[in-house]
Design a protein around this ligand. Structure first.
Ligand SMILES: [Zn+2]
Length: 554
């Protein structure tokens, strides 16, 4: 068995810290005891060497003759000696074969005190063929060490800096630091491989320590885990946090034993728990901030910390015991309510408190349940607030009880929805009317008259509506009808006129755009073609007459 343990016994740091760190290190186990955990954590390989005609199992160290037929690089196989599934690797491919890096949580006890270390582990299979060792080289280095005693929890991290080299630093909170790595380089310590030594999960280990009643195994087996590996990534974190808060707060044990494990789990995996729980409380009532009746009620619901918080806050404020469904509704829509600001508005302007709304909805939903009408669905808070907002827009008086709390809800909801729709449509019609009027007025302002201007062969006609522009645009295949030009007329930015042949005045021919000061901006025919000289000079004549006419009028 070959292991190179690079675990510094003394490094820089203040004398006090170095002393404390060394004291912890002297209480930690010989890292060699973790050999099985380490080997168990890495992939198993059968590394072969054609030159020397051998293959080595990285799991058991068994050496067998090389077999040209089935030993192919990166193929699956298994070891005849230990029976492990292995992967064949050509030991002479490249300079490096395989290196596995991960973190190990090592743990020991001394006089009832728990000592803990996060160790960086590099398993290097390169060495398998050097000196005929046939075993991987395992390098280890401390990342952080912990002393975990009741009333004395401490953590130190080994830091490396350009100036001072390695140095112990005390960290404020008991936490697992990110694996080392610089921002330019991703860490090579793969958290997915993080290993908690099996020995830790054995409850007997804690028999004579302050963690005797911590039930570590149950904790590790039950903390929330997600398939996407979110919690798994910081594999150590929940366990270390659990030990930390178990030693710090007697509330941890009380919560675990009385059916509020979720509250503890969520805190330990790093979810924000906020003020939902008073960790310094000495009794369940004090910890959760509820009387015994509500504590029992909540226990039945198996709540997450923030659910406890919502229940408690609403009970305090309105004297209402929320159901889990109501808690969910409040939680899932909290952003929506905050954005809309409807809570505040309704309470201060109309005296509609959330407490009243919840009681009203309970009544409505109880009625719906007993009602056989299938088209009625449960009224949730969000539908109610949508309704209230619509009432405000429609000018309904929400201080009137039958408006604020209508029975049945859905009929009133549908009615006000219709009214809002009507209001919207009426608004649209009014706007259209207004812009049609502006269109006419502004065209008249620019062109002075809607009478056509006629020469020997050509005539200018002034469109009076957006529909005229649309028709012309479609016929000529140009963009005058797309709404932008009509919009410009409504805004008074430009005017549009049509040029047509005198003997064919119904047929689209050319379109022109001028500024309010009668400057020609565009003159286009079919598919955006430019005008002939004849048409251009006709338009210019007309424009100069128009200008003179305007000047005279001014
Ligand atoms: Zn083997």
């Amino acid at each position: 068995m070959k292991m190179i343990c690079d675990l510094p016994k003394s490094v820089r740091g203040t004398e006090e810290i170095t002393q404390a760190a060394n004291e912890i290190i002297s209480c930690l186990p010989d890292p060699k005891t973790y050999y099985d955990d380490i080997i168990g954590a890495v992939k198993k390989y059968m590394i072969f060497d054609r030159e020397h005609d051998i293959a080595v199992c990285t799991n058991c160290g068994n050496v067998i003759p090389f077999n040209n037929i089935y030993m192919k690089h990166e193929l699956d196989g298994h070891c005849n000696n230990c029976g492990e599934e292995t992967i064949y690797l050509n030991g002479r491919v490249g300079r490096r074969i395989r290196e596995k890096s991960f973190r190990l949580l090592a743990l020991s006890k001394n006089k009832g005190i728990i000592y803990l270390a996060v160790i960086l582990v590099d398993v290097d299979f390169d060495r398998c063929f050097e000196f005929d060792l046939y075993e991987p080289e395992i390098k280890m280095q401390y990342q952080a060490i912990y002393k975990l005693a009741k009333n004395d929890c401490r953590a130190y991290q080994l830091c490396c800096s350009w100036l001072s080299g390695y140095e112990w630093r005390q960290i404020k909170n008991i936490k697992i630091c990110a694996p080392p790595g610089m921002s330019y380089f991703p860490s090579r310590y793969n958290d997915e491989l993080s290993v908690i030594s099996e020995g830790i999960l054995n409850q007997n280990f804690f028999e004579d320590t302050d963690l005797k009643y911590a039930d570590i195994k149950r904790f590790v087996d039950n903390w929330p885990s997600y398939d996407n590996g979110y919690y798994h990534r910081s594999y150590f974190y929940p366990l270390v946090k659990y030990i930390d808060i178990f030693l710090k707060y007697s509330s941890t044990e009380i919560l675990m034993k009385s059916g509020f494990e979720k509250v503890v789990y969520y805190r330990c995996v790093g979810e924000p728990v906020g003020r939902a729980v008073n960790w310094r409380g000495k009794s369940l009532q004090k910890i959760i901030g509820m009387d015994m009746g509500h504590v029992r009620m909540m226990r039945e619901l198996d709540p997450q910390p923030h659910e406890l918080g919502i229940f408690r806050n609403y009970y305090k404020k309105y004297g209402i015991e929320l159901t889990m469904t109501e808690i969910d509704e409040l939680r899932n829509n909290s952003n929506y309510y905050a954005e809309a600001g409807v809570f505040k508005d309704l309470e201060s302007n109309y005296g509609i408190t959330l407490g009243k709304v919840i009681l009203y909805l309970r009544g409505e939903n109880a009625r719906i349940k007993t009602d056989s009408r299938p088209d009625e669905v449960r009224v949730d808070l969000r539908s109610y607030f949508d309704y209230a907002k619509m009432c405000i827009v429609a000018g309904y008086d929400l201080t009137v009880k039958s408006v604020a709390f209508p029975k049945p809800f859905w009929r009133a909801h549908d009615r006000v929805t219709e009214i809002i729709q009507e209001i919207r449509e009426a608004k649209k019609v009014a706007e259209e009317r207004k812009s049609a009027k502006a269109f006419m007025e502004n065209q008249k302002k620019i062109f002075k008259t809607f009478d056509p201007y006629i020469s020997e062969d050509l005539t200018v006609m002034i469109p009076t509506s957006a529909a005229d522009l649309r028709r012309e645009g479609e016929t000529l295949g140009i963009c005058v009808g797309n709404g932008i030009y009509a919009g410009n007329i409504v805004k008074g930015v430009s005017g549009i006129a049509f040029v047509r042949k005198r003997n064919d005045p119904e047929k689209a021919f050319y379109v022109l755009e001028i500024s309010p000061k009668c400057k020609l901006l565009q003159l286009r025919g079919k598919h955006n073609c430019n005008a002939t000289n004849e048409i251009t000079s006709f338009v210019e004549n007309w424009l100069s007459e128009l200008k003179t006419k305007k000047q005279k009028a001014a």
